[in-house]
Ligand binder design. Structure first.
Ligand code: NAD
Length: 246
């Protein structure tokens, strides 16, 4: 393990252009449950129903009920893994984070180059006039919340059944093609199209390194090596090893 952490630090220095793809495991240590976590939040708010665009159009209050409950989780703070990625950006190595998360925790940790592949639950958008609302501006007392024009607000996250926002999609694939090293952190790599991003990086010649306590479909076929463990433990160790190289 220690050898792999030192190797990752050396690979970062050599690669210089590093991109991270993150998934819900990245925020697990902040107390936000992943889809894979049994029981609890996602059993009560089955994402296939509550996070499906058809549900939003037929019963817009339902996804907002989930968002209201998720708000508890959204008060979560960035964990040492988020902070470590922000530090690797400040050191000049990490060029972009492509995140599937909708929790805003990378931004709160200080990362400035974040591609929100699945949007951000801490925003709402009016489906009538297109006005955006930040979290503090949205009142959840009466659901669904409405715009000042009376249009229904939609959480600005990508629902099941919706396409990836064009700009995020283009930026993500461009970053994947240009990077020399891609970290794949806390994602089960089964939700497409995000799951294809490491393959794009690999085909363009990047080294792919997974950080996850479990193996994924990428582990044997795409990743060059895997560091088995939690993001909040492994990433600070990589930062420590990087500082020793400097
Ligand atoms: P997933 O639930 O399918 O997989 C989570 C992965 O994280 C698993 O491989 C698991 O082994 C790993 N993991 C668990 N704890 C970890 C830790 N401490 N460190 C590193 N890895 C850890 O999640 P996914 O691949 O991101 O895909 C599901 C979808 O769920 C995404 O599209 C995402 O938008 C959405 N989602 C987001 C959040 C969030 O914003 N925090 C939370 C739940 C789901």
């Amino acid at each position: 393990m220690e050898d792999l952490i030192k190797k990752a630090a050396r690979d970062i220095v050599e690669a210089k252009k590093v991109v991270a793809l993150t998934g819900s495991g990245m925020s697990a240590e902040s107390g936000i449950p992943t889809f894979r976590d049994q029981g609890g939040f996602w059993e009560k708010y089955n994402p296939d129903v509550y996070a499906h665009i058809d549900t939003f159009f037929s019963q817009p209050e339902k996804p907002w009920q989930m968002v209201k409950a998720f708000d508890q989780q959204l008060r979560a703070k960035p964990n040492p893994g988020h902070l470590a990625l922000a530090e690797i950006e400040k050191m000049g190595f990490l060029k972009e984070i492509i995140t599937q998360n909708v929790d805003n925790l990378h931004q709160q940790a200080g990362s400035t180059k974040v591609i929100e592949f699945h949007g951000n639950l801490r925003r709402g958008v009016c489906l009538v006039c297109g006005k955006y609302y930040e979290w503090g501006e949205i009142t959840l007392e009466v659901l669904p919340p409405r715009c000042e024009c009376n249009g229904v607000l939609k959480p600005d996250a990508v629902f099941f059944g919706e396409p990836i926002p064009e700009e995020a999609f283009q930026r993500a694939y461009e970053a994947s093609r240009k990077c020399k090293l891609m970290f794949v952190i806390g994602t089960s790599a089964i939700v497409y199209p995000a799951a294809s991003i490491p393959q794009v990086a690999k085909q363009a010649g990047a080294v792919v390194v997974e950080i996850n306590p479990e193996t994924t479909p990428l582990t044997d076929f795409v990743s060059d090596y895997s560091i088995i463990g939690k993001a909040g433990i492994i990433l600070p160790q990589i930062v420590h090893a990087l500082k020793q190289l400097a």
